[in-house]
Ligand binder design. Structure first.
Ligand SMILES: [Zn+2]
Ligand SMILES: [Zn+2]
Length: 202
């Protein structure tokens, strides 16, 4: 499901069959009701074919697979030329970095006026900027439960442990959250004024 080498999810496209989708091309994430373990998210994504499709991603794949904490895909370690399990290599590194206080993902919680660590399952809605190099993301804060809007780079979303030093923050609480349509979100996002906030721990 998740391919660590390309940092993308394998999802199905009615045109191409299988397609690889980076997190920043997700448009909407919604946890399905019910008591599945792990829980399952319905995602809508912007596909390379030009269409928008829906797919299912497990909570594990969403939050842990990008950190290598689950994937056992064998890969060739170029240093030793041996085939090793991906999870050992990436998972150990990720665990060490988290212990050292680095955050795989973070966002700026506007109601609390502070940066917070977060996992992709807290993302609700995403929309690309006009030229596509930035992404607006609605994040539900795991601590206060409020939804904040941040404007970030694609790498900030796609690559674990890559956090923008500064992000754009919309200075109001986004009310609609799960009920909002993507169109409402886009118009709210791009008609908003962004204020810069530092994400660093310092
Ligand atoms: Zn497609
Ligand atoms: Zn918060």
């Amino acid at each position: 499901m998740y391919d660590a080498l390309t940092a993308s999810y394998r999802l199905s496209c009615p045109v191409h069959g299988e397609t690889r989708v980076r997190l920043s091309r997700f448009r909407r994430l919604e946890q399905l009701p019910g008591a599945q373990h792990p829980s399952v998210f319905r995602v809508e994504f912007d596909c390379g074919c030009g269409g928008e499709h829906a797919g299912l991603v497990s909570h594990d794949d969403l939050d842990w697979a990008p950190l290598g904490l689950q994937d056992d895909t064998p890969f060739v370690n170029l240093m030793t030329s041996r085939v090793e399990a991906m999870s050992t290599e990436f998972g150990d590194v990720a665990a060490a970095r988290i212990k050292a206080g680095e955050w795989p993902w973070s966002f700026f919680c506007w109601p609390e006026e502070r940066p917070r660590p977060v996992y992709p399952s807290a993302f609700r809605l995403l929309a690309p900027s006009e030229r596509g190099e930035r992404v607006g993301v609605a994040v539900r804060c795991p601590v206060c439960g409020k939804v904040s809007l941040n404007l970030v780079s694609r790498e900030h979303v796609d690559v674990p442990f890559v956090n923008d030093r500064e992000v754009g923050v919309v200075e109001h609480v986004f009310e609609h959250d799960a009920q909002a349509t993507l169109e409402e979100f886009r118009s709210e996002l791009w008609s908003s004024l962004f204020d810069a906030r530092r994400l660093g721990l310092e």
